[in-house]
Design a binder for this molecule. Structure first.
Ligand SMILES: [Zn+2]
Length: 148
């Protein structure tokens, strides 16, 4: 897939992030795509659900597994408005997702502290081939945080 093909799916992830913001959550969104179709969506729901597990990517991965009836998402792509945290990255790689498309990386948002273990390190540790694409609609993602 080229960069342009990623844009409509990242726009859907951005929509999820905006829904999260509307609910008073941090503006994080994610969608899982298979065969050019969105099969699941997720957004941050930490404040509402009062659990640290309610991240956008974790929700999207969980729903995708349930929808497809499998714990292996080897034919799927996940679109994340932001670079997934280590917990979500671990879930993504546990599900063997081969392509992760990111809007804004961690270093793009100054209020996030740098981490020694980033998604690239976890990908390399996963034992299978993973492609990480960054900077898809990045200015749109960053804009969500400037409104906060
Ligand atoms: Zn997360």
């Amino acid at each position: 897939m080229n960069t342009d093909q990623h844009i409509p799916f990242m726009q859907q992830a951005l929509h999820q992030a905006k829904l999260a913001a509307r609910d008073g959550e941090l503006p994080f969104g994610a969608v899982v795509v298979k065969d050019n179709q969105v099969i699941s969506v997720g957004r941050c729901r930490e404040a509402k659900r009062k659990t640290v597990l309610a991240h956008a990517e974790a929700e999207a991965i969980d729903k995708a597994c349930r929808t497809l009836g499998t714990n292996k998402l080897t034919d799927c792509i996940i679109y994340c408005t932001n670079e997934p945290c280590p917990m979500c990255a671990a879930a993504i790689f546990q599900a063997k997702v081969p392509l992760v498309v990111i809007g804004a990386s961690r270093a793009d948002l100054s209020f996030l502290r740098p981490r020694a273990i980033d998604i690239q390190a976890l990908a390399e540790d996963s034992g299978y081939a993973i492609t990480i694409v960054r900077d898809i609609l990045k200015p749109h993602v960053i804009e969500l945080f400037s409104q906060r």
